[in-house]
Design a protein around this ligand. Structure first.
Ligand code: ADP
Ligand code: GN1
Ligand code: MG
Length: 352
């Protein structure tokens, strides 16, 4: 984006000096993020909210505001606009928001450090615990059917049948592989549909790089990227984190044959997560966690492939076939998870 235009946007927020630098920041797949440094040396995060993904950006900001206010003294905080709002609607019809830049923080796309992984478990676990009593239906649904794996299958088949790839042997084989695990991957969606597990406030996007860590101590500072905070099953957050954190390779790897589930990492994350949540979870929620571990990589594989077939409107890509590679990455991970399912189940049970 044009830097002069960005500077103009920044001027609509309550800041006390002029902009010294604007640099693209982080590795998020959805929003467009910049680090802003002022001449006064104060730093901020400016984000353009992705309108294709979030159809009602005002609802997104409202949810985040409510949750931050409810938790109280949360490290992530908005900078208000000059007219006292938590977002700015530009003359380009885009929505922008600004956060205080959290100094001495870092994020990881991947780590082999078990202490950081344990702390990531604590970060997401404590976040959910703090929101245990928050009235779930008072939050906006920012993306409908976000973790409805059953619906994700329907969307994939529609995209495939309507795409120019429908006679492509390679893509067809991937779709068939995904369909071969449909029963086990949609088990959670069905339990949610039948309301057999508690719907609670969850984060819904528990990737490792959505946790800020203290650069010096490795402690977590806070969970960020609260755009999808809304009702869901605890197993979605748990499973999404395991697929992101406990893989031997990161999500962008194309070293497919070496993508495996790392059981030590699974254990460290589970320990941290359960140390915060075990006293608030119901028996059914605890028993459901394993299904999250299976369904989340399958669901994400489906989402990446669907996006690829539609021409990549949703996830940002750095090269043309990236969403196909991401789909394969998650599919290889899902297959290895299924092979190790009894061991993973045992790890979860040991921490309850
Ligand atoms: P996306 O929805 O695109 O993933 P995020 O909200 O996760 O966007 O932000 C992208 C990245 O920006 C994060 O992974 C993190 O590195 C960085 N980031 C976001 N907010 C802050 C903040 N308040 N302070 C420091 N870094 C931040
Ligand atoms: C997106 O925004 P980010 O990069 O933290 C996506 C997640 C996916 C993830 C895969 C709102 O997360 O659901 O799991 O990419 N977020 C949204 O990398 O769709
Ligand atoms: Mg993010």
């Amino acid at each position: 984006m044009d830097k002069d235009k960005l500077k103009e946007i920044v001027l609509n927020f309550n800041i006390d000096s002029s902009v010294e630098s604007i640099v693209p920041f982080g590795n998020g797949n959805i929003n467009t993020t910049f680090k802003i440094t002022l001449e006064s040396k104060k730093s901020y995060i400016l984000q353009k909210i992705n309108k294709y993904v979030f159809k009602q950006p005002e609802d997104v900001v409202e949810n985040i505001t409510r949750v931050i206010d409810y938790i109280g003294s949360y490290k992530l905080s908005f900078i208000k606009t000059k007219d006292n709002k938590n977002f700015y609607f530009g003359d380009d019809n885009e929505y922008y928001r600004m956060y205080k830049f959290i100094e001495f923080s870092t994020t990881y796309d991947k780590t082999d450090n078990q202490e950081i992984i344990y702390n990531a478990g604590k970060a997401f676990g404590s976040f959910i615990k703090k929101l245990d009593l928050y009235p779930v239906y008072s939050l906006h649904t920012t993306i409908k059917d976000f973790h409805n794996t059953k619906k994700r299958y329907v969307d994939l088949i529609n995209a495939f049948n309507n795409s120019s790839y429908k006679d492509n042997k390679f893509i067809k084989e991937i779709v068939e592989e995904l369909l071969s695990v449909k029963d086990v991957a949609t088990k959670l969606s069905i339990l949610e549909e039948k309301q057999q597990i508690k719907t609670r406030v969850i984060h819904n996007d528990t990737k490792l790089n959505n946790v800020l860590f203290d650069v010096n101590s490795n402690d977590y500072i806070c969970v960020i990227d609260l755009d999808t905070i809304m009702g869901g099953l605890i197993a979605y957050d748990f499973g999404d984190a395991i697929r992101s954190i406990a893989s031997t390779k990161d999500e962008t790897s194309i070293d497919f044959l070496n993508i495996k589930i790392d059981l030590e990492k699974t254990k460290s994350f589970t320990k941290g997560f359960m140390s915060e949540t075990k006293n608030i979870l119901t028996k059914e929620e605890k028993e459901s966690l394993i299904y999250g571990v299976i369904s989340m990589p399958v669901e994400l594989s489906i989402r990446f492939l669907t996006d690829y077939l539609l021409g990549n409107p949703y996830f940002k890509i750095k090269y043309q076939n990236q969403n196909l590679d991401r789909c394969l990455n998650q599919l290889y991970l899902a297959k290895d998870i299924l092979k190790n399912i009894d061991l993973i189940k045992k790890i979860i049970e040991e921490e309850q």
